[in-house]
Design a binder for this molecule. Structure first.
Ligand SMILES: Cc1cc2nc3c(=O)[nH]c(=O)nc-3n(C[C@H](O)[C@H](O)[C@H](O)COP(=O)(O)OP(=O)(O)OC[C@H]3O[C@@H](n4cnc5c(N)ncnc54)[C@H](O)[C@@H]3O)c2cc1C
Length: 463
């Protein structure tokens, strides 16, 4: 049996890249997106001479890695990435109101004031720490292996940067599987990191690099969308095509229904939408799956682009940006030095900072008015970066439910869903609550699902 018609619901990077991989395999695909535009949270705009990213500003690309589906996607689209400025490897962390670079070498590590001498010496004991018996939070794992100071001044801000989340609630195994794997595979984070570094030197595998595109992140989804329509086997993309009902028909067929009389028949349906949107669609089909999906929390986030005359900002802005640990007691999570990261993002004498506010620890911030939000951002940035005067340009984007949280029990939750979905092998979930939240993770996850569909009882119909 071959797939005659695959229906993808959701036109963010998950849905678009899945459509691309299925198209390449010769499957007929219809993609339904509720908004007027595709791209989902990947959105770039030009305003006031600034290139503004409303969602992701960059993603980590690991050329040559087995998981490098993003590289394969860019290659097949003939799309050249824009690689971040070399100084982007410098990341600052705020401690007591001051910015300190995260140490990049053993020498820097010994000198950094981010950690006390006792915390630095404790690191030597890390290889001798026993493994935990049960699933742990990121906070518990890091405290056990490295000590509380590493949690507060390194890992907590990192978790803020990726998930806008709380390390005490996120599962180490689900949220940071690569770190978890260092312990499970090598017995120690330090031993594991050294082994991987050695492996990298032997295989000559290039290091990961931060990338975007000329014209911003939306270039990726815009080119992808355009190419879906080209060549043999074009994908049918329906925008303003909100799906509100999915009906299981006889013989494993599906009917997907939406507004304006939308009705499409298919033999595979893939939901490439956030967990809360998938829950709504699956409620009539399976109470268990719906309940599990509803239990996945999303961090609320405000992204704020702030443009300045370069002379207003005293800091050299020589890095990726800075992150603010929870112990600093601010609602501002951190800020990217956007005009340092990639060229051509502002006029010559200007600079742009992208501030992130809120996260799971400050759930109500997203509902505040613009003036209050600018006060929150500028309150944190002014002192840290030596800013005088006000920003000449401001663009605020609010997300009530931005980033899926892989909390304790997340993997068991996914497992329960998988079991409950067993009676419907033609129904798949491909939102950012499974397989990682980054843009690169999303593309890899879609590539893997397209391959799985190829090996499923349906097979993938090759032309
Ligand atoms: C503010 C922010 C900053 C981020 N920063 C980074 C970063 O720097 N680097 C990085 O790698 N990642 C980052 N991420 C994460 C990453 O961008 C997302 O995880 C990823 O883009 C999600 O893609 P997606 O396609 O799964 O979901 P989405 O982009 O949410 O797309 C889902 C789509 O489904 C549509 N939809 C929903 N319901 C329906 C329905 N019923 N019918 C039809 N369509 C529907 C929606 O309209 C949407 O277009 C960031 C995310 C946010 C929000």
């Amino acid at each position: 049996m071959t797939i005659q018609q695959a229906i993808i619901v959701g036109g963010g990077i998950s849905g678009l890249s899945l459509a691309w991989f299925l198209k390449a395999a010769g499957v007929a695909v219809t993609l339904l997106e509720k908004e007027q535009r595709t791209g989902g949270v990947i959105r770039t705009s030009l305003a006031g001479g600034f290139l503004v990213e409303h969602g992701p500003n960059s993603t980590l690309h690991k050329p040559g890695d087995a998981t490098d589906a993003l590289g394969r996607l860019m290659g097949s689209l003939n799309l050249e990435p824009q690689v971040a400025n070399a100084s982007a490897s410098r990341r600052y962390v705020q401690k007591s109101g001051q910015l300190w670079p995260l140490p990049g070498s053993p020498g820097d590590f010994l000198q950094t004031p981010l950690f006390s001498m006792a915390a630095k010496l404790r690191l030597l004991l890390e290889p001798f720490r026993a493994k935990a018996e049960n699933e742990e939070s990121v906070g518990a794992f890091v405290t056990r292996r490295l000590g509380a100071e590493f949690l507060h001044w390194a890992v907590d801000p990192f978790i803020s940067g990726v998930y806008a989340g709380d390390p005490q609630r996120l599962s180490i195994r689900a949220a940071v599987p690569k770190i978890y794997a260092l312990e499970s595979r090598y017995g120690s984070m330090l031993r594991g990191a050294m082994a991987l570094r050695k492996q990298g030197r032997v295989t000559g595998m290039p290091k990961g690099r931060l990338i975007s595109f000329d014209g911003g992140m939306e270039r990726l989804t815009a080119v992808l969308r355009a190419r879906l329509n080209e060549g043999p086997n074009p994908v049918r993309v329906v925008t303003e095509g909100e799906v509100n009902r999915i009906v299981a028909l006889d013989a494993g067929k599906w009917q997907v229904e939406g507004g304006k009389g939308l009705k499409i028949l298919g033999d595979v349906v893939i939901l490439a939408v956030p967990a809360f949107a998938a829950a709504k669609l699956l409620r009539p089909l399976s109470g268990v799956v719906c309940e599990q999906l509803e239990g996945i929390h999303h961090a609320p986030v405000v992204s704020m682009a702030l443009g300045f005359d370069r002379r207003q900002v005293a800091h050299p802005l020589d890095g990726f940006g800075f992150l603010i640990p929870c112990l600093e007691g601010l609602e501002l999570l951190g800020c990217l030095f956007s005009t340092t990261l990639f060229p051509g993002r502002s006029g010559k004498d200007q600079c742009m900072l992208t501030a992130f506010i809120g996260g799971t620890r400050h759930p109500t911030v997203v509902h505040r008015g613009d003036t209050e939000l600018v006060d929150v951002a500028m309150g944190g940035l002014r002192k840290a970066l030596g800013i005088h005067g006000d920003p000449g340009f401001i663009k605020i984007t609010r997300y009530e439910r931005a980033i899926a949280q892989y909390e304790l029990g997340h993997l068991q939750r996914l497992e329960r869903m998988q079991q409950a979905l067993a009676p419907w092998p033609g129904l798949h979930l491909c939102g950012n609550f499974t397989g990682g939240v980054s843009v690169a993770d999303r593309v890899f996850n879609s590539e893997r699902l397209a391959q799985q569909l190829g090996q499923s009882p349906w097979g993938v119909c090759k032309e």
